[in-house]
Design a protein around this ligand. Structure first.
Ligand SMILES: Cc1cc2nc3c(=O)[nH]c(=O)nc-3n(C[C@H](O)[C@H](O)[C@H](O)COP(=O)(O)OP(=O)(O)OC[C@H]3O[C@@H](n4cnc5c(N)ncnc54)[C@H](O)[C@@H]3O)c2cc1C
Length: 443
């Protein structure tokens, strides 16, 4: 289906991560041709890529993201399940310790799909390849973007042989992730760059892959040990991935010291507040030899919504727009929500200038919520620094009460899950029925 009213010939997507792939899928409905440019080689199998170094860390896909991805690629979660992803009930199958309390476990009927990040990306790639008007240029690095009369005009790429070429583009989506290429492009062409907010957290992730865990005490599918700041700044996650494997991830805030080998990995796991974590892995041998470490120094958000005169036709999606704290598992779902905004705006047939403005404004509004959720928690840690949200002490006090209520009240926990999965606004946790239950909680 192409919309009739425009000269929508060619859209170019820069970066083939989750955000770039979802954007390409959306654009394929509206443009005669979509070109996706990715600096990595094409992945012929399910392995992590150099361009996505965070890919071998634990990645949970929230319900909000799952639903949009399913809408864009009907049947994809069945395919994932055939390829080894597991469907688990978020409340029943997750053993979750949070601020020193344990979440109540019950049948919530909120089922999530659990798989490695590379499998999810690979499955989406398989579906993209079936869309005839999407062309891929792997092994090609975008170098620059050129503008003409305040509109994107062409993109400059370097292929694997070092050949530089220019491609005409009517619309460009920057999905370059942490690289956030838009900043350099705008600067090089003399445009104002968007203001940036950073919140320093000094977080690390360290992961190892094990055979499916078999400890006799396990009656859960995943274990989440959220830190209990300010005393405990360490945490971890154990989750099933395809091929009967378990991904064990350790995290630490306010530190640069990450475990580097199996011994220090186990030692670190033993220091977590939740003894089950170490108990179930201590006698297991990892399948992977190395500990994969990823450092996440700061959350980062660009404020495109505040720029008055940005050039038309350059839209930013995913981590290139905003990198939220990965611990809240929001990044991929936000990319999906942004792709949905793009689709809705393209359906309205806006011109390029309107599209650019409306898109960044709407996305920015979406980002306000996960940003606030993350900051409310992140400022509990000793060394987090940056601009604090308004009303932080009261927010932190109330969230802790909600968390405590989630240890015994299914109703509150169900609502909390909806908020966590970006399906409901956090204000819904203050509705009278929930508020009364939360305030009754003594802890
Ligand atoms: C440790 C960690 C754990 C996380 N856990 C979760 C989680 O549990 N759940 C969740 O939803 N999210 C999680 N996230 C966030 C998630 O990984 C990102 O939000 C998501 O991958 C966003 O994807 P993206 O496409 O914007 O960026 P990326 O996936 O980083 O992709 C960017 C792409 O751009 C390409 N690229 C860069 N520069 C160029 C160039 N010059 N030319 C061409 N191509 C280029 C790269 O090669 C790459 O393929 C986590 C992040 C981290 C760091």
């Amino acid at each position: 289906m192409f919309l009739k009213n425009t000269n929508r010939n060619r859209a170019v997507v820069v970066g083939g991560g989750i955000a770039g792939k979802l954007a390409a899928r959306v654009l394929s409905e509206f443009f005669k041709e979509v070109i996706l440019i990715e600096k990595d080689k094409k992945n012929d199998q399910v392995t992590n890529r150099k361009g996505v170094p965070q890919g071998n860390q634990g990645h949970v896909l929230l319900k909000s993201g799952e639903e949009i991805i399913e809408e864009l690629f009907p049947g994809i979660f069945q395919e994932l399940s055939r390829n080894g992803a597991s469907k688990t009930d978020f409340a029943r199958d997750l053993l979750w310790s949070h601020h020193g309390t344990q979440k109540i476990r019950f049948d919530s009927n909120v089922f999530i799909s659990q798989q490695s990040r590379p499998l999810l990306e690979w499955q989406i790639q398989q579906r993209l390849e079936k869309i005839p008007n999407i062309n891929f240029r792997f092994d090609s690095k975008v170098q620059n973007l050129k503008f003409k009369t305040d509109e994107v005009n062409f993109i400059v790429i370097e292929d694997k042989n070092g050949t530089i070429m220019e491609l005409l583009a009517d619309l460009v989506i920057d999905a370059s992730g942490a690289a956030a290429l838009h900043n350099q492009w705008l600067m090089d062409s003399g445009y104002k760059v968007p203001a940036k907010t950073e919140i320093k957290v000094d977080l690390f992730y360290a992961s190892m892959v094990f055979k499916k865990l078999s400890h006799a005490t396990i009656d859960w599918h995943s274990l989440l040990a959220y830190p209990n700041p300010p005393e405990f700044e360490r945490g971890g996650m154990i989750s099933p991935i395809e091929e009967n494997r378990t991904l064990v991830t350790l995290i630490g805030y306010a530190t640069k010291e990450a475990p580097k080998n199996i011994d220090s990995f186990m030692e670190y796991a033993e220091t977590l507040e939740q003894p089950e974590f170490y108990e179930v892995i201590k006698n297991e041998l990892p399948l992977s030899e190395d500990v994969q470490v990823y450092r996440f120094p700061a959350l980062r958000r660009y404020h495109f919504e505040k720029i008055r005169n940005s050039p038309s036709g350059l839209l930013v999606i995913g981590d290139a727009f905003c990198r939220v704290d990965p611990v809240f598992a929001q990044g991929m779902s936000l990319a999906a929500m942004e792709a949905k905004v793009l689709r809705e705006l393209l359906m309205r047939g806006l011109n390029k200038k309107q599209l650019t403005k409306s898109y960044h404004k709407k996305v920015s509004r979406i980002l306000d919520i996960p940003w606030l959720i993350a900051l409310t928690e992140d400022f509990r840690f000793r060394t987090t620094s940056g601009r604090k949200p308004i009303g932080l002490p009261i927010l932190q006090w109330y969230v802790k009460k909600v968390v405590a209520a989630c240890s015994h009240n299914e109703h509150v926990y169900k609502r909390f899950i909806q908020v966590l999965h970006l399906k409901s606004h956090p204000i819904s946790l203050a509705h009278p029925g929930i508020l009364a239950k939360v305030l009754k909680t003594t802890k």
